[in-house]
Write a protein that binds this ligand. Sequence first.
Ligand code: P6P
Length: 337
Amino acid sequence: MTQSISLTRYLVEQQRVHGRIPPELRLLIEVVARACKRISISVNQGALGDVLGAAGTDNVQGEAQKKLDVIANEVLIEANEWGGHLAAMASEEMEGIYVVPNRYPQGEYLLLFDPLDGSSNIEVNVSIGTIFSVLRKPENGGAETAVEEQDFLQCGSRQVAAGYCIYGPQTTMVLTVGDGVAMFTLDREQGSFVLTQENIRIPADTKEFAINMSNLRHWDAPVRRYIDECLAGRDGPRGKDFNMRWVASMVADVHRILMRGGIFMYPWDKREPEKPGKLRLMYEANPMGWLVEQAGGAATDGRRRILDIQPGKLHERVSVILGSRNEVDRVTSYHTK
Ligand code: P6P
C-alpha cells in the first residue's frame, strides 16, 4: 500500500527539499487548512445546527450575509490572528483590513479570503467553498510600520500561495505555492488532509463552457460571439458540439475545470456598466487565476492577464474568463480584434 502523504508532509517537503516556502508560510497554510476543517464541520451540520439562513446583516458588497458566511469569516480570523505568521487579513465579508492585534506577534504575510464562496447554494445543499490568497507584506518602512490597506494592493503575480477548500461530496483542498497544483482530500477519521492528486493539468482544449446564460442579452459582442459559436456546435464554425455547466459557485466550477478542463466566464455585462464584472479580483480572480495558470490554463479579463492587473481598491471587481488555454485565448482574441 502506498504511504499516504499528509498536507503537513507535503508542505515540509516543499519547504525543506524544494526550498520553496519558508516555515512561516508553511505554518500559515496549515492554519488555513485547519480553519477549513472547522468550517467544513459547520457546513456539514446543515439544518441540524444553527447555521442556515440569513445572518440579518449585509456585507461591504451590500449582499445579505448568510449565517455561515459570518461563521466562516470568524473561524478564519480567530484561527490566524495569534500565530505570528500574519500582519493582517482581508475578507469579502469585511469592509476594511483586519490588522493583527498588538497582543499577538506580527508576521510578514497578508492573507485574503472569500470565507464562503457560493453561499446562495447553502440552503440547497450544493457545493460551496473557501478561497484564499497569500501575499507578502511590503518591506516599505521596515518591519515596525503599521500595515495599511495599500499594502494589499499588489498584482496577483505577487502571490506566494493560493488555494481553495471545496465543501462537497468530499472536503478537498486545492493548493499552489508556485510549484504546480496539488489536491488534498480530508480523511475525517484521521482529521487530516491527504494528498490525492498532484501536478494537476488542465487540457488545452475543451467541449464544456460555464456561464450564466440568463445574462445573454446583457453581454458584450465578443462574449456573445464566442457563446453563439459554442451553441452552433458541429454545424457552426467550431465544428464540434459543446456542453454547458453552471453551478453558481465559482469554487465548484473551477474545481471541475481543474479536474477535466473547461472554460469559466463571468464577463462584464450592461446590467451594471460602471462595474468591470461581478467577481472580486483580490480574493476570487487572483487565487483562482494563479491555480489555473499553474495547471497549464489561462486567466484573463477578456483583454489582460488577470495576474497582471494592478488593483486600485481592496474589493475591486473584474471580468473573469479562465480555464482551458486554447478556449481562453480564443475569447481574448475576439476582444482584441
Ligand atoms: P450568479 C457566488 O455568489 C459567486 O460569487 C461565484 O461563486 C459564482 O460563480 C457567481 O457568483 C454566481 O453568480 O449571477 O450566476 O448567481
